[in-house]
Ligand binder design. Structure first.
Ligand SMILES: Cc1cc2nc3c(=O)[nH]c(=O)nc-3n(C[C@H](O)[C@H](O)[C@H](O)COP(=O)(O)OP(=O)(O)OC[C@H]3O[C@@H](n4cnc5c(N)ncnc54)[C@H](O)[C@@H]3O)c2cc1C
Length: 303
């Protein structure tokens, strides 16, 4: 098993997985496997547990119980090429070791993330951090043209400064955030899964989500298939319910709609204004959970 995983990872080592229009992820190196997680866990539980804890079951138990340190026995090193605005989100994950391309030392990478006319997303109405739907193509064409103009102008000004002898550390200051950067990024599996949970989520921005999806589905899935399966089951695709949400869900299942609504109102998850239910962000998130569980949302018809 380990041999076949090792072969499969070796075959993707140094292959560039394309992301966005000019970005990539390359697997540089890795240490450990599902077996390393199991080995580490058995040190803490002792050989007495071996019978009940066949590898898959043990990894799933560790994931469920948030016994995280065995997952830190595995590490991975990636080479990534990312637009700077996306990198700005990425670099917030402090538990990785990073070496980034230096625009003090070298000429800035001559590539910027471009946006096709049909890719301009509209501001979401309810989620201030999110987007929803796309702008019309005619508007999109205008925006893409303007993007092209500004990226070209910024690069020309940068190049002019370099040609006139301005230090690279200063010449770079007006480069747009769409400029690509590159980095070596090394992280252990525990912290990588935390990164993937946050950045594969639909709540994460589209661009970083594309990178996270590639890391998860093209690399981690092959590297530690048992841990990946457990991660999908117990973290990425799982739901967390607050104590109030549990109460309301139980009432909805028992068809106690008015009691459920009362709790929602008491907690200001929904408020009635002008004979209409106004939903808070929390209640919208709760609705998503109910949809996933196949439970009908009754308050929409109650206004
Ligand atoms: C959808 C979304 C929206 C976001 N919006 C914003 C925003 O508007 N503004 C903004 O500034 N950021 C924003 N962030 C970034 C977010 O607040 C985190 O900084 C980022 O996701 C990194 O998460 P982390 O700290 O858990 O990860 P890591 O830095 O990888 O840390 C992993 C874990 O290690 C522990 N840890 C690491 N360092 C410390 C420390 N110094 N002290 C204590 N514990 C530590 C924590 O338990 C942490 O969860 C957003 C993130 C997401 C996913």
């Amino acid at each position: 098993m380990i041999d076949s995983i090792s072969k499969s990872l070796s075959s993707i080592k140094k292959i560039s997985f394309s992301v966005l229009d000019d970005g990539f992820i390359r697997l540089i190196d890795w240490m450990g496997s599902d077996e390393s997680i199991v080995q580490a866990a058995r040190v803490s539980y002792g050989s007495g547990t071996k019978k009940i804890s066949e590898d898959r079951a043990l990894i799933r138990y560790l994931m469920r119980q948030k016994h995280t340190s065995p997952f830190e026995m595995c590490e991975i090193k990636l080479h990534v090429r990312v637009p700077m605005d996306c990198w700005r989100q990425w670099i917030r994950h402090r538990t990785a070791n990073v070496n980034e391309y230096s625009t003090r030392y070298s000429i800035a990478i001559d590539a910027a993330k471009t946006t096709k006319p049909n890719e301009w997303r509209m501001q979401a109405k309810h989620n201030r951090q999110g987007s929803n739907g796309f702008l019309e193509n005619t508007v999109g064409r205008h925006l893409s043209l303007r993007e092209q103009e500004i990226q070209k102008a910024c690069r020309e000004v940068y190049q002019e400064r370099i040609n006139l002898g301005v230090a690279r550390e200063q010449a770079r200051k007006d480069l747009p955030l769409s400029t690509y950067t590159e980095a070596y990024w090394k992280i252990d599996l525990h912290n990588l899964l935390h990164f993937l949970e946050l950045r594969m989520s639909p709540m994460a921005q589209y661009e970083i989500r594309q990178y996270a999806n590639v890391i998860g589905n093209n690399i981690v899935k092959k590297w530690v298939p048992l841990a990946w399966e457990a991660f999908l089951d117990y973290r990425l695709n799982s739901l967390t319910l607050s104590s109030e949400e549990i109460k309301i869900t139980r009432m909805l299942i028992n068809n106690e709609i008015n009691q459920a609504l009362n709790i929602m109102m008491k907690n200001r998850m929904i408020v009635k204004a002008n004979n209409k239910w106004k939903k808070t962000v929390e209640s919208q998130e709760f609705e998503q959970k109910l949809k996933v569980m196949g439970i009908q949302i009754p308050w929409d018809n109650k206004a």
